[in-house]
Design a protein around this ligand. Structure first.
Ligand SMILES: C[S@@+](CC[C@H](N)C(=O)[O-])C[C@H]1O[C@@H](n2cnc3c(N)ncnc32)[C@H](O)[C@@H]1O
Length: 244
């Protein structure tokens, strides 16, 4: 990673202006966060069916949409909130008629309910969570995006989320009954592992996952009562008073 392209503060990853500037510099030259399709093709293809209507969230300049197209998944809509990115990607893949591109915010998807068989994201929800105070409290923007994903998935559709976030931290956020999906995950990578979470709309969460999700929404336990003040030091110098 070229350190000159790192933001001065993590919160900038959430700003459209940051990504516009970055894509103005990099164009549509493919760059993959968390690795390209060859790293997780087996796990991902297990979730895809021929003819699936696929939505890719926060596509960036990743080659993923095009690589899937080449494999025969030819109905793919890719969105990103950076117009610079989308313009470059549209030009780069103009020769692929089934690849569609749109400037859109994942927190406010402009698609009808139940209009996709698969929603796919890689590293995009991670961007919405970069400034969270701790891994237990997902920010309203990330929760809004998850509600949108659930809304646009048809019953039986799959949401595939590829992230560096470990199950311990990410599962409780996906294991919400309100989304109406089941949850499982797999890991990929060699030394450093990434994770692929699969949510199937219309299937039930396993009981332990329901419990995980509910625990997240429980109000924090009240603070422990303050300890009593330590006793005042004795006036006497008791060490000197000991007669040996
Ligand atoms: C870490 S990059 C991942 C890019 C790509 N998915 C990949 O795997 O290489 C995050 C992408 O999400 C986009 N993004 C961030 N917040 C967004 C939002 N609220 N709505 C739509 N796109 C967003 C950014 O413009 C950027 O292209």
């Amino acid at each position: 990673m070229d350190r000159r392209r790192l933001p001065d503060a993590n919160g900038r990853y959430r700003e459209r202006g940051f990504w516009d500037a970055r894509y103005r510099e990099a164009g549509a030259e493919p760059q993959e966060w968390l690795g390209g399709l060859s790293r997780f093709r087996r796990q991902l293809e297990a979730e895809l069916r021929p003819g699936d209507r696929i939505l890719v969230l926060g596509c960036g300049n990743s080659a993923l949409s095009h690589d899937l197209y080449e494999l025969g998944y030819t109905d793919i809509t890719s969105i990103d909130f950076s117009p610079v990115c989308i313009e470059a990607m549209r030009a780069r893949y103009a020769h692929c008629p089934g690849l569609r591109w749109a400037v859109m915010d994942i927190r406010a998807l402009r698609f009808p309910d139940a209009s996709f068989d698969v929603v796919l994201e890689k590293g995009t929800l991670d961007v919405l969570t970069v400034e969270e105070r701790d891994p237990w409290h997902v920010s309203p923007p990330a929760a809004a995006a998850l509600h949108q994903v659930s809304r646009v998935l048809r019953p039986g559709g799959r949401f595939v989320s590829i992230t560096f976030a470990q199950p311990h931290f990410r599962k409780p956020h996906y294991a919400q009954e309100a989304f109406g999906w089941s949850l499982r995950h797999a890991a990929y990578g060699d030394a450093f592992h990434y994770f692929l979470y699969v949510m199937c709309k219309g299937q039930r969460l396993a009981s332990p996952d329901v419990a995980l999700g509910r625990k997240l929404r429980q109000p924090p336990a009240p603070a422990a009562p303050a300890l009593p003040p330590p006793p005042a030091p004795a006036d006497e110098d008791y060490l000197r008073a000991i007669e040996l």
